[in-house]
Unconditional design. Structure first.
Length: 163
């Protein structure tokens, strides 16, 4: 297939991006005192991803706060992880507005993590012979989370490291 018919789909792990931005940036806040550092980081990263990768399609996946099937399989899953700061939680909630402003669809499902959702998207498109609307798809995972490397088993999947 020629390059003109190949389309690029960028997959975003929203929770991982927001978590990294929250811990990497200063404690920015709005004029009302609301924390905004992670939101600023998210918007900056989206602009960079769009400029660098020029995606035809882009989607974001979220972790939801409820337990996943992993918690059922292994009771100690993430047991030692510290509880998220309230300032981060408020920005995770507000981040959906950022994705909406960029017209980026959001996917989430109780019982599943963003990793699972992104993997499902790759697998479903792969099962359609890597075609969406008749075009071959080049997948790019934009993430800080190197666990995403497990999806590189598919020949069309690449990782764009945000590190």
């Amino acid at each position: 297939m020629s390059k003109e018919t190949k389309k690029r789909l960028v997959l975003l792990d929203a929770h991982a991006i927001l978590h990294r931005a929250y811990h990497a940036l200063p404690d920015f806040s709005s004029s009302k005192g609301e924390p905004t550092g992670a939101l600023y980081g998210l918007a900056s990263m989206l602009i960079k991803i769009i400029a660098d990768l020029k995606p035809d399609y882009i989607v974001a996946a979220y972790d939801l706060p409820k337990p996943t099937y992993r918690h059922e399989a292994y009771k100690e899953y993430k047991a030692g992880r510290a509880k998220a700061d309230p300032e981060l939680i408020s920005q995770i909630k507000r981040s959906r507005d950022v994705f909406e402003a960029f017209a980026i669809p959001i996917y989430d499902k109780e019982g599943f993590e963003a990793d699972d959702i992104l993997g499902t998207i790759v697998q479903q498109v792969e099962s359609q012979n890597s075609k969406v609307e008749g075009h071959d798809i080049d997948f790019v995972l934009a993430s800080f989370d190197m666990e995403k490397l497990q999806l590189v088993i598919y020949k069309q999947v690449r990782v764009y490291s945000l590190m």
